[in-house]
Design a protein around this ligand. Structure first.
Ligand SMILES: [Zn+2]
Length: 233
């Protein structure tokens, strides 16, 4: 099982770690700052370096039993098990994911409808809403911008599966259920705005989202509106 340093501090850009195993399935470390693809957020990229070598991490995925796999090109030279390494994120890309991810929480609080899907990328992100109404892009952008300007702080905490089951209203996403079964669930709160289970990486306050606006609104069926957002810098 890989210790997930990014859950306690999403601003960590690198860490020291020890190689548990390395092979065609990727490099598994005892701890990492790399976020593995999940919850609509892409896996991190970056570099793993050690004395006498380094390798580019092209993607990050979950493996078995809580292991996190740092994927590399198939012809790359890998560090041996037991090697001390430094794992360093492509921080610019990850920080865009954090801004986008936090902005989607804001979009979800401006549009109080069921969420049926979502996806994050550095260039464009989206949520799908279970709604029939038409919506005014400028109005939604203004709603998000007001929450950015108010600079609400974010925090996270863990609750048990039972506590979550007792508060089903916390789960906004209808298709993307929070990961359960580990006995505990991570709640992410934007103070005064939004509270929901989420395992992704977020900003520490909404002001860091910066210039964001609604890009496209697409009608995907009578009950589905796909709302995309873009960052302007
Ligand atoms: Zn989140």
């Amino acid at each position: 099982m890989t210790a997930t340093l990014f859950r306690d501090d999403s601003y960590l850009r690198d860490c020291q770690a020890t190689v548990v195993e390395a092979g065609p399935g990727g490099i598994v470390l005892d701890q990492t700052v790399f976020y593995p693809m999940g919850g609509g957020q892409p896996g991190d990229t970056g570099t793993i370096t050690w004395e006498g070598g380094s390798v580019e991490v092209t993607d990050t995925r979950y493996g078995d039993a809580g292991a996190i796999r740092h994927l590399t090109d198939t012809d790359a030279t890998l560090p041996a098990a037991g090697t001390s390494v430094t794992a360093s994120l492509d921080w610019d890309r990850r920080y865009l994911h954090m801004r986008m991810h936090t902005a989607l929480h804001l979009l979800g609080s401006v549009l109080q409808y069921g969420v049926t899907g979502g996806n994050i990328s550095a260039a464009k992100s989206r949520l799908d809403f279970d709604m029939e109404d038409t919506l005014d892009k400028d109005e939604v952008t203004a709603g998000i911008q007001a929450l950015v300007a108010a600079n609400h702080p974010l925090s996270s905490r863990w609750i048990t599966d039972e506590e979550l089951d007792a508060q089903p209203e916390l789960v906004r996403t209808m298709s993307v259920q929070p990961p359960k079964g580990a006995g505990k669930v991570r709640l992410v709160e934007i103070e005064g705005v939004d509270l929901q289970p989420c395992g992704g990486t977020h900003l520490k306050s909404t002001g860091e989202v910066g210039q964001v606006r609604v890009g496209k609104v697409e009608k995907k069926g009578r009950h589905n509106r796909r709302v995309s957002i873009v960052l302007d810098q």
